[in-house]
Design a protein around this ligand. Structure first.
Ligand code: 4NP
Length: 158
């Protein structure tokens, strides 16, 4: 099984959206027996909560399931349990590497989501918790997840 973890700050807006969208794409390609996704936050404010209303509304509009998704915090063990750890912004990457400690220094399995979208200049997926713009985030997440899935299929012949 190939395991992907999406990480943001609160685990209620961006990373659960990425988890749901990526899972949806994985199912469309019928590779759900090979590729799994999860998400987590570096903060602990929203533990066990479902995704933010803005994320839910948008996923409903696109007919994408978020069933069973509940906020949790990043764990030390996530480093060994996942093959790809995709951080929604630069501060999430810094914080997650701090949780994992020096074993994650320079390890390429931890990277930024925007690295999947080389045509975009920004390093960060903007946080809709502050901007209110969930649609803009969905566009980035949809394309980035497609690129990630293609990359995984190529790397693992999944
Ligand atoms: P997320 O957005 O990291 O995309 O889930 C946030 C959600 C909650 C908070 C910050 C960002 N918060 O400060 O509670």
């Amino acid at each position: 099984m190939i395991r992907v973890l999406f990480v943001c700050l609160g685990n209620i807006c961006r990373s659960p959206m990425a988890e749901a969208v990526f899972r949806h794409q994985v199912k469309e390609l019928h590779v759900e027996d090979r590729i799994e996704a999860d998400s987590a936050g570096t903060g602990d404010w929203h533990l066990c909560k479902p995704p933010h209303e803005g994320t839910r509304k948008l996923l409903d509009e696109y007919g994408i399931s978020y069933e069973g998704i509940r906020a949790r915090q990043v764990l030390l063990d996530d480093y060994s349990n996942f093959d790809y750890i995709v951080c929604m912004d630069s501060s999430n990457e810094r914080d997650v590497r701090a949780v994992f400690g020096s074993k994650s220094d320079g390890n390429a399995k931890v990277f930024k989501f925007m690295d999947l979208l080389p045509d975009h200049e920004s390093d960060d997926v903007p946080d809709p918790y502050y901007t209110g713009n969930f649609e803009q985030v969905y566009e980035l997440i949809d394309q980035g997840c497609r690129n990630l899935l293609a990359r995984i299929m190529e790397a693992h012949h999944a």
